[in-house]
Each structure stands twice: as C-alpha cells, then as structure tokens.
Design a protein around this ligand. Structure first.
Ligand code: SF4
Length: 692
C-alpha cells in the first residue's frame, strides 16, 4: 500500500480555519499528511469543505516553522535557541521581577481564537491564578466582542441562536455585513442551496457581494448602505414593523420585556425609512419593502458578520438585530434566529472559556462572589473581583509605563490590530514580550522570548464553532516542538510558584465541565462517542442544544433595548474623501500566517485595493496601478483593482499580507461598549503612486 502512495492511517479532526468547523479525515502515510478528506458525518459540514480546509494544511511542515524556544535580551539582539527549561525559567523569573518592581497588575496575557478550548482555558487560569490578575483578553476583542455584549444584554448569553441546519427552514434570510461565500464557504454553500430552493434574500452591505447576484441566486433586496450606518438601517426596518402592524404581539407579550418603551422609541419619525434614507443612502421604498418581506415571512433568519461588529456602534447594532427578531417572533425554532458567523475557528470557544478580562468561563462576571468562589476553591487562589485590562488598554498602559510585560498566545497583534504604529510603539515599550506561535510573525519582531507552538495537526482538544458545536481536534502526530501548548502554560505557571498540572487535555475538559454549567455534560469520552455536541450540554439538556431560547430566553424574558443611532466620528473630509472598509477573501485567512505558507497564496499573492471605476477615473488610476492609501494615522502602497461591485466613495482591501499592512491606516476608533475596533470605517485618500 505504501508503495502505491496510499495513506496508511487516518484521524478524524477539525479544520483550523473558519468558524464553520468542518470535520476532516486526515489521511497519513507514516507521519506525513497526504490529504484532508471532508468527513461525511461531520456535524457542521456533512462531507463538504472549502479550499482552505481541504488544501491549505502544508504550513504545518513549512520550513519557516520554529520548533525550538528562543531568547534574546534586547529586540535588536539575534535570537538564541535554548532548551525548554531555560526558556520557561527565564520567562518566569522576568515576569516575577517585573511584578516585584511594578505591581501584580503590570503583566497580562492575550489568548487566541485559533487555539483549542483547553489551551485557552489554561492561559486564562494561568493569568488569574499565577499572574494574580484579570489582565487576560482574547483576539475576539477585535472581531466579535460586540456579539458577546449585545446578545447577553438582550437574550442573556453570548451565542448564536441556531444550528447551521436551521437555515434549511428559513423562508427569508437577512444577511448583514457578512460575505459567507468567501469567509464561511461551506455554510455559504448551504445558504445558497436554500436560496436556490426558493428562500428570499435581503443583503445589507456596502459592497455588491457575490450573493447579491450569482448564478441561480438573486437577492430580493440589496440595501447598499453607507459604511457606519447599520444602526440607522436596522432601526428603520424595526420602525416599519412597529408602525405597519407587523409585530408578533403574542410572542412579545409572552416572551419579552421593555417592549412598550422600545415601541415608543422606534415609532418616532426620525427612524422612518424616509428619514433614514439620507443617512444610509438606501431608498425609503427599498427599506420598507425589505422590512415587510422579513416581518411577514413564516420563518425569517438573520445572519451577520464583522460588517456588524467592527463599528463604533457594533454592540448597538447587535442589539438592534435582536430587537427586530423578537418583535417579529423570529426566535426559538428552526429557520429563524440571530446568528453571528464567527471568523476564526474557535472564536466562540475562546469567549466561552473566560478569556475576557471581565468574565470567568461561561460568561460569568468576575464580580459575582458565588462564581469566583467556585474557581477559588478549585484553584486555591483568590481571584480579583475587578475586571482586568482589555487589549487596547494594555497598549495604552504600556505606553504610559504601568503595563510592562505581555504573553501573546497564538495571535499576531502587530498585523491584525488597528493603527499599527500605535500597537508597535506599545510593544516596543514593554520590558518583556513573550510570543507563542508557529512562526516568527510581525509581533515577534518586538519579542524577547519565543515559545514555539503547535499546529492543529499536533493539537489534542476541542474547537467550538459558530453554532456552539464542540468538535474534537485529534492529534495526527506528536507535537513537533516536544510539548503541547497547555503543558508549556502549566510549566510557566509552576515556575512562577503556582502549581498547575493536568495529565492530558481530557482532564482540562473535565475541569471545564466541573466549573462551567453550560459544559457540564461535555467530556472527550462523550465527544468521541457521539461526534460533537452543541452547548448548553448538561442535565437540563443532556443531548446538547441545537436551537436556543425555545421556551424562554436564557435571561428569562428577552429584553428590548433602545438603539439610538450615533454617527461615527470617522467622516470623509476634503483631505480624506473616501471611506475604506476591510474584509477577507476565500483563499486566504486572517493575517495569512498559515495560508501564505501554502499553495493558496498563488490565488492571492498580495492585498489589492478595490475601487469603483468613477473613483479610479477621477484620480487617473488604471487597473493594476500601484496606489498610495493614506489615512490620518498612516499610509501604505498596494495595487488597485477597479471593480464596479464597490459603491462610489468606498474602497475595500484585505489584511492578509504584512507587506501591505492594511492596519497601518485603520484608526483607534472602537465600539463604545467593547472597544472592538472600527475596521469598517476609515476616511482615506487614494493617489496614484509616483515613480521614485
Ligand atoms: Fe475550514 Fe471553514 Fe473551509 Fe470548513 S468552510 S473547510 S471550517 S475554512
């Protein structure tokens, strides 16, 4: 068999890219993965896959991988390879010295949505128990933190309401700020199948994404709104529902609270489609027709992405969508709901695992004495009742000198976070930066310690996808670095004087189940037996929970919230007349650390700037020209692509390539409730790059 080049064994595991969470059979010959076969019994993908999961796994054996720990005293020094013992001992000693000199709160950690639930749980435990503070945050801060806030305020928990299958029962799909055929391809295909079967589609997006018009699919309405006006738009839809008698009174009376106050608010004339048309740029009759279509469908479902959350009013918009779904009774059964399409593979899980500075695992606030005492009893350490620093606060505190050391776990903040100049200034000012990753990424340029991480092919644990499905991630090979990431975290905690130990990842999940009621029924043994399960999974829901809020909301009654539209401070000006919005494309993933090291890079070797033919013409720009993209905080150069999918006045790019570094131009503006950056609205200037 080996001579024929056929695989000799296979392992069922989970894709490490997007929040769909497709299951694959990794087929190996010896220790080499020869192909990834989509797994037909995968709960999220049922045998389907995309070009990332299927083909882009070669980065795990790319020669750029670093497999040994490295140290250097100063960031100008060359790296020096060391053994694990020296790296961990040095890191622990420096962290303790910094705490002795500057206080317990002078250090912190950032976890990653690319890591397993078990790894994230270990990091937040290390920060809380060994560092002795709540200075732990997750990269979900910069993507779906408004989902966490908005859905908790309205429904009681931070999670999408449906399973993916539910879309098969939707009669109308309202897709807001998401481009699933590029960013969530397997779910995008499922949505397309439903649309081809007759469901109607409303797209709210400044760009004419593929689903607006593609073979056999045409949106009933494309609400091509101006970037930054989401809340005005959703309020207008709700205004039509309220003023045209389309409210589901029975649902609202039985299941919700604060409706009357909200009804008076939303019925005000400033929320009418006619008043809002000027703000959003969407004709009033289009808004009215879309609202009627959504509200009168037997089943209408909302799906949304980062085009909702990455705004100064991201949290308000999440609550606006939650209001709309409740007012029309579109919650608690198949075919309806409010569904965040999570970007990275484990955004849901990293948030579930308590990696926010204000929440312990299971979304329970650190100020809750009863919850803290559960962890304090088990961990044998006091947990602070005050929230710690968020990522942007860590940067600001680094610059003012009060925050001195950072542990970054699997995240390239120097490329992914907004306003690169501000981020790198903060990183440069730290006394100690520890990076745990596969590659020497942009962030590691400012690091003193590099701890090599493991790829998904070496990990043992779980990822939780956008439908709350907990999938097993099984190792197809031993860690090439010699250690699992959770083991490194344990050893670091121990070297700092806090005894932290598990025998294997299954024991970490057992601790999660013990401390987190929504995971009480989850174990590796169970997952291996049933394949996957959707939380909550406990005595009240022993089989897991495909659809949430069926008989009542997690918080009891669903709560209507007044969603006042506040225009973003970021406006186009004479100097910066265009609005930049950012996103991603099918073949690449996030900062591209993985996909750029696979054959996928051939399909998208560089980031490009898309702009409307009119905007190109008035600037003398032709397709393929190199242009300078500048905002008030920085500038970069990239090639132009003229594309009439863009509206006049709006330009678009991706942030997959560090050579472009699109976040050089994005600003410090952020969501009022969560500090999620406003990546989707930056005033910019685009000029033809002159030859030097
Ligand atoms: Fe992986 Fe997402 Fe593609 Fe599925 S849809 S194979 S999870 S990248």
């Amino acid at each position: 068999v080996v001579e024929l080049g056929m695989p000799t064994r296979s392992v069922i595991t989970t894709c490490a890219y997007c929040g769909v969470g497709c299951s694959f059979k990794a087929e190996l010959r010896g220790d080499e993965v020869v192909r990834m076969v989509p797994y037909k019994d995968g709960g999220a993908n049922e045998g389907h896959s995309c070009v990332k999961g299927r083909f882009a796994f070669g980065y795990a054996s790319h020669p750029d991988r670093k497999l040994k720990p490295m140290l250097r005293e100063r960031i100008t020094d060359p790296w020096r390879e060391v053994e694990w013992e020296e790296a961990i001992g040095y890191t622990a000693r420096r962290l303790l010295e910094i705490q002795a000199a500057h206080g317990t709160g002078a250090i912190g950690g950032i976890t990653s949505s690319r890591c397993t639930n078990e790894e994230v749980y270990a990091v937040q435990k290390m920060v809380r128990a060994a560092f002795g503070n709540n200075n732990v945050d997750t990269c979900a801060r910069v993507c779906h933190s408004p989902t966490g806030y908005g859905l908790k305020q309205t429904y009681g928990t931070s999670a999408g309401t449906q399973d993916f299958k539910s879309v098969d029962q939707a009669d109308v799909i309202l897709l807001i700020g998401a481009n699933p055929t590029d960013a969530h391809p397997v779910f995008g295909s499922r949505m397309k199948r439903r649309l081809r079967a007759g469901a109607r589609l409303i797209v709210a997006d400044p760009r004419r994404i593929d689903l607006v018009r593609s073979p056999h699919v045409e949106a009933a309405h494309h609400l091509q709104l101006a970037p930054g006006t989401n809340v005005a738009l959703v309020n207008a839809l709700a205004h039509v529902v309220v003023t045209e008698g389309l409210v589901d009174r029975e649902f609202v009376n039985d299941r919700c609270e604060d409706f009357e106050t909200w009804e008076r608010f939303i019925a005000q004339p400033q929320h009418s489609p006619e008043a809002v048309a000027d703000i959003t740029g969407v004709p009033a009759e289009e808004l009215r027709a879309a609202a009627r279509l959504y509200a009168t469908a037997p089943n209408a479902a909302i799906y949304y992405g980062l085009g909702v959350t990455e705004h100064s009013q991201g949290s308000t918009m999440v609550m606006g969508m939650a209001n709309l779904a409740m007012a029309t009774g579109n919650i608690g059964r198949q075919g309806v709901g409010v569904n965040p399409l999570r970007g990275q593979n484990n955004v849901q899980g990293s948030c579930d695992m308590g990696s926010f500075p204000h929440e312990l695992p299971g979304y329970r606030h650190v100020s809750d004495d009863a919850v803290r005492s559960v962890f304090e009893t088990l961990w044998g350490r006091t947990i602070l009742a005050e929230p710690g620093l968020r990522i942007p606060n860590m940067f600001d505190s680094a610059l003012d000198g009060s925050f001195r050391a950072l542990f970054v776990h699997g995240e390239d903040i120097a490329q992914s976070d907004p306003n690169t100049r501000h981020v790198t200034a903060a990183l440069s000012s730290l006394d100690l930066l520890v990076v745990q990753d596969l590659f020497l990424n942009e962030t590691s340029k400012f690091a003193h310690v590099f701890l090599p991480g493991t790829s998904f092919l070496e990990k043992d644990g779980t990822f939780t996808n956008a439908e709350r499905r907990i999938n097993r991630v099984r190792p197809v090979m031993a860690p090439r670095t010699g250690k699992h990431e959770w083991e490194i975290v344990c050893e670091l905690a121990q070297a700092m004087g806090y005894p932290m130990k598990w025998d294997d990842a299954a024991q970490i999940m057992d601790e999660i189940a013990l401390t987190t009621p929504t995971f009480a029924g989850v174990s590796f043994a169970r997952l291996d037996r049933v394949g996957s399960v959707q939380w909550p999974c406990n005595d009240a829901a022993p089989e897991g929970t495909p659809i949430m809020h069926v008989d009542g909301f997690v918080r009891g009654k669903g709560r209507f919230v007044e969603t006042v539209y506040v225009p973003t401070e970021e406006r186009s000006t004479r100097r910066f007349p265009l609005i930049l919005t950012t996103g991603r494309i099918l073949s690449q993933y996030n900062v591209g650390a993985q996909t750029r090291r696979t054959g996928n890079v051939a399909w998208h070797p560089e980031d490009v700037l898309e702009l409307h033919p009119h905007d190109a013409e008035v600037r003398g720009i032709r397709d393929g020209d190199t242009v300078v993209l500048a905002s008030r905080v920085g500038e970069t150069s990239l090639r132009a692509r003229i594309d009439d999918r863009m509206p006049v006045g709006v330009v678009y790019t991706t942030f997959h390539h560090p050579a472009t570094g699109a976040n050089v131009v994005t600003t410090e503006n952020s969501d009022w409730a969560t500090n999620c950056p406003e990546y989707k609205v930056t005033a910019v200037q685009v000029t033809l790059k002159q030859p030097v």
